[in-house]
Design a protein around this ligand. Structure first.
Ligand code: BYC
Ligand code: FE
Ligand code: FE
Length: 477
């Protein structure tokens, strides 16, 4: 059962904030801090209004409203998917018991940690994307950037709601901290590595929304299985919004690859750097970078943390209910990627068998990797249809890793283990160099005119919400 969203209140919500004075007060006192953060760390390009989707409901049909709104007046709300009062825990030692409506004391610290890590990524991505408006290739793209930004802001609200509602004073303190850590900060950086990297250009933005938002999709998918029902319902609704972020990344890279392919064919050359588009080898390097830092977001290949989360019922597997095993996994095993020692100090990349529970990060990363592969196939189809023989590729799992089994070694994109000197000598072939980045940035001239688009990217096939590409998606200030 859910209540209809209440838009007369300061904070639109379907969690009955009206009836809970204490919680409402707490959130209303966090709200000005959020708005200050948005002003100083959110989108830097001044706008009059933007054609945005606002969440107004959670039902299957028509959960969103579209319209031009000044961004600072965007209604960030708190929405949980509808409650299933019969919901039972689907996995772990509490399998079959009713889902929790409150946080069990023994899991409080772990749940809070998961919420804080999740919550920390949302504002981080807004910070990373802060300056992209100034170089948008079209008003359509500018609008999508801002849509992603406001929704990541709403995802922060989603986690802050849970922290305030269920975690007392500590939860309120953590909610405050989420606005004080900043992406790339020396003193108080964001928690996870990928969220301290720069997103300085639009190719990075599309790769980020393809690869890093996709980590978000998978992590939210596991938290949607959580025994803690308010978290499950929160994540279920966040996943609906996430679909648009996936679309932005997938079609964004499509359009970059498509345009490069077109110019290659028209000029019958691979050497397109001087022709105003991004060469395929540079696209491959950006892909290598964003994919490898996103693989790190799944944690170690083996992890006792994840085993404990699963056994306790805090974090499930992707599509837990579709799995055909016992959903407890106490007797199962899994092969995980590892560095095998030869005893003489030499190590090689291989596989090893471990208890299934400690291998759950690997299980989730594999689901993610096969999803990523579908994007690469799609981009290769664009190249094939253009009549080109070049192909894009996902690098090996050991390539450029900073977390997990391969953090301590260097490996080439094909998985060959390299001595440190060799890596240093060749990394510029595999990861974007300063020259690559400078070239990409030089192409990022803003096109803020209705119906026009930058030369390095193809226009989208479809506009937003049935509107044409030429629509006035954004009115600049
Ligand atoms: N960077 O036991 P391990 C999104 C730490 S993205 C730095 O393997 P575990 C979004 C780890 O904390 C989705 N440190 O880790 C996307 C641990 O520290 P302690 C975000 C790292 O716990 C785009 C130690 O290393 N959501 O939503 O099994 C735009 C040992 O690691 C990293 C979540 O991640 C790292 N990358 O797994 C906007 C969900 N990785 O305990 C938004 C919540 C690990 O030794 N988080 N460490 O001090 C989790 O489920 C897990 O905590 C992790 C790590 C998957 C992140
Ligand atoms: Fe998000
Ligand atoms: Fe997202």
């Amino acid at each position: 059962m859910t209540t209809a969203p209440d838009y007369t209140e300061k904070i639109p919500n379907n969690v009955n904030l009206r009836e809970d004075r204490r919680l409402r007060r707490a959130l209303e006192s966090w709200q000005p801090d959020f708005l200050n953060w948005w002003e100083s760390m959110g989108p830097a390009l001044p706008t009059k209004d933007v054609y945005l989707r606002t969440a107004v409901n959670v039902g299957r049909e028509g959960w969103a409203h579209f319209g031009h709104v000044p961004m600072k007046d965007y209604r960030w709300g708190v929405f949980l998917a509808e409650r299933d009062s019969d919901r039972r825990i689907a996995f772990g030692q509490h399998k079959g018991e009713p889902a929790w409506q409150k946080v069990p004391g023994e899991y409080r610290a772990d749940l809070q940690r998961l919420l804080v890590i999740q919550g920390d990524t949302e504002p981080a991505s807004v910070e990373q994307q802060r300056n992209l408006g100034a170089t948008a290739p079209s008003l359509y793209d500018l609008r999508n950037l801002f849509q992603v930004n406001v929704e990541e802001g709403r995802h922060l609200w989603a986690m802050v709601y849970l922290l305030h509602a269920y975690f007392g004073r500590e939860g309120r303190e953590e909610a405050g901290e989420l606005l004080h850590r900043n992406s790339g900060s020396e003193d108080s950086p964001r928690i996870l590595g990928a969220f301290n990297e720069e997103t300085p250009d639009w190719l990075s933005f599309f790769m980020f929304t393809y690869f890093t938002d996709r980590d978000g999709k998978y992590q939210l998918g596991t938290l949607k299985e959580s025994a803690f029902d308010p978290l499950s319902r929160t994540c279920e609704f966040m996943l609906k919004e996430e679909a648009h972020h996936m679309m932005v990344g997938t079609t964004g890279v499509d359009r970059v690859v498509g345009r490069t392919a077109q110019v290659m064919v028209e000029n019958d050359t691979d050497d397109v750097a001087a022709l105003g588009v991004i060469p395929l080898p540079v696209i491959q390097k950006y892909l290598n970078f964003h994919y490898s830092v996103s693989l790190d977001l799944f944690g170690g290949e083996t992890s006792t943390n994840v085993a404990n989360y699963y056994t306790a019922g805090l974090k499930g597997r992707w599509m837990e209910e579709r799995r055909t095993d016992d959903h407890r996994l106490t007797d199962d095993s899994i092969m995980v990627d590892t560095l095998a020692g030869a005893g003489n100090g030499e190590q090689s990349i291989g596989q090893t068998e471990v208890p299934a529970l400690v291998g759950l990060n690997t299980d989730l990363r594999r689901e993610y990797i096969s999803d990523c592969r579908s994007g690469v196939n799609r981009w290769n189809k664009i190249l094939a249809e253009a009549g080109l023989t070049q192909r894009l590729k996902l690098p090996h799992i050991a390539f450029n890793r900073r977390v997990g089994a391969f953090a301590g070694i260097e490996a080439a994109p094909d998985g060959e283990k390299l001595p440190a000197g060799e890596w240093e000598r060749r990394r510029g072939q595999w990861l974007p160099t300063d020259v690559d980045k400078t070239h990409v940035r030089s192409l990022m001239q803003p096109v803020h005119e209705r119906g026009k688009i930058a030369a390095w990217i193809a226009p989208p096939r479809n506009g937003i919400n049935g509107k044409p590409f030429e629509y006035d998606y954004v009115h600049l200030a």
